[in-house]
Design a protein around this ligand. Structure first.
Ligand code: C5P
Length: 206
């Protein structure tokens, strides 16, 4: 069974995808990490994020440590959201994601275009979302917990800018697949969101 979990930043899709993978005993891929790895390569190589060719050259995962905490920073996320608009970058990452989805037994993938582009054949598709203010609050609390100085208003502006870029780009924009179940986590804690996700998957595959 392939489960596609898409949605905007800090919607809870990562938490849900990990929980679904545990629940169904499936491997999980956080596809945002691939785009973040390209962004971090680019930063470390002093490449220009405005150049599609520089970004395409940075799609080399031979040296990437996917556990590097730098991948999770706001700076890397911001560049990831820019370079992910380039068709050359998206093309370079498609095969790796499709191969992961196609492995025997299935997989859970979370991202922006899993149900629409990477695995349109997925048996279950979820579109996880929440109000921008709620997502900004979650991201802000997370930054504070990590001891990183942050301003709520800046985090909210960043979330809005990221939503705008991800939703309006020409290549694989963030849109809900027609056959996806929408889960709005604005008023849910993680436990409730996970329960809603399992219920939605059960309904699809029953
Ligand atoms: O989900 P995360 O915040 O880690 O993703 C970082 C950026 O990578 C997103 O803002 C988005 O632009 C891009 N991305 C994408 N397609 C995916 C996953 C992430 O374009 N499937």
């Amino acid at each position: 069974m392939i489960i596609a979990v898409d949605g905007p930043a800090a919607s809870g899709k990562g938490t849900i995808a990990k929980a679904l993978a545990r629940h169904y005993g499936l491997p999980h891929m956080d596809t945002g990490l691939l785009y973040r790895a390209v962004a971090l390569n680019l930063l470390q190589w002093h490449g220009d994020p405005e150049s599609e060719f520089a970004a395409a050259r940075a799609c080399d995962f031979s040296q990437v440590d996917f556990d590097d905490p730098e991948l999770k920073t706001e700076a890397v996320g911001g560049i990831a959201s820019r370079i992910s608009a380039y068709p050359l970058v998206r093309q370079a990452l498609v095969e790796r994601q499709r191969a992961f989805a196609a492995q025997e037994g299935g997989a859970v993938l979370d991202g922006r275009d899993i149900g629409t582009v990477i695995a349109p054949e997925a048996e279950a598709k979820l579109f996880v979302t929440a109000a921008p203010e709620v997502r900004a609050r979650r991201r802000f609390d997370e930054l504070v917990r990590m001891g990183r100085p942050a301003h709520y208003e800046d985090v909210l502006a960043d979330i809005r800018a990221r939503d705008d870029r991800d939703s309006h780009r020409a290549a694989a924009p963030l849109v809900q697949a027609e056959d996806a179940v929408r889960i709005d986590t604005s008023d849910m804690d993680a436990e409730a969101a996970i329960a809603a996700a399992i219920e939605a998957v059960e309904e699809r595959v029953r």
